[in-house]
Design a protein around this ligand. Sequence first.
Ligand SMILES: [Fe+2]
Length: 337
Amino acid sequence: MISTNARYQLSIEFEFTNEERNALRDALATVNVNPYRFYDAFVHQVTGIVASCAVPERFAAYVAGLAERDPVQQPVIWIGNAPVDEGVPPFDFDEPVKSKYELKKTFIAEGFLAIFGVMRKTPAIGYINVNDGDVFQDIYPKRGLQNSQSQKALQAIYFHKDLANHFVRPDHVYMLGMRSDPVNEVYTAFVRNIDVLEAFNEVEQKQLRSYDFYTPFDDLTVNGGNRELGDADRHPLLSGENDIRFFENRTAGLTPEAERIVDKLKQVLHQVKHRVFVRPGDFVCVYNNYAVHAKEVVRVGDEETLRTRWIIKTVNVNDLAPHAEHMIAGTTHLVNG
Ligand SMILES: [Fe+2]
């Protein structure tokens, strides 16, 4: 792990012992439905595992403690040695999601993401325009989107907040490492929003709060094509106490001052970032309203394995109720957009 900011140290804060990991893996292996076909049943069964006390006690206590966490100060959670599926073959570069449906026959990683969402009371959501509504999504390169700024990019994904200009913005992003070749220096980078704001004076912060910025909708949301979303709105870069809405190299300032602020913001992000090399079993969570993140490709040692780098993820909310009007009728978790 490379840390560039002495004020905030990122390190693994909970690590499963092999025994704990295996116990949880075995419990998750009892779930007998495919989460891509029967999502509600999958979550129902995972919830049953929590109720049956099959979750290692030390982990249950750790997760319960997260309720007390101050996300402003600690917006990134890093857990090590989490259970994942072993021996899943690489997916097809042209159609990685379809390939996953065919090749991935166990659902341990999905179970872990689901159980963490249940234990933390942060339900996962899917978007009808993103992977046809799948809750479990892959950060996995795809030929047709390799040059996009999406989870299917082959190269870097610039700093951003997930789904920042969508009408349903997730509160959390949960990412579980599945495959990464250490010869490729590819990092998931994080920036705390408070570290950014410290670099801006009062006048600049006022500019950050003006509606002088524009970000096009995410590549994946537009590419999904199930529902036409029209054009994105003008927005401030900073709202609330320290919510940063920004996509590096996509968000544009609409006035010369706004452009200058965008340039400065970009510089600051790279001054205060932290990098994590996500290994299989590394589980990294970011509070989406208190930090921004990126994928940084520093050095490629093997082009072939770069195409098979894989992180499985969900996006989650603190409460489904405020988003109910945007859900596909008859579902509680599927956003119509
Ligand atoms: Fe992201």
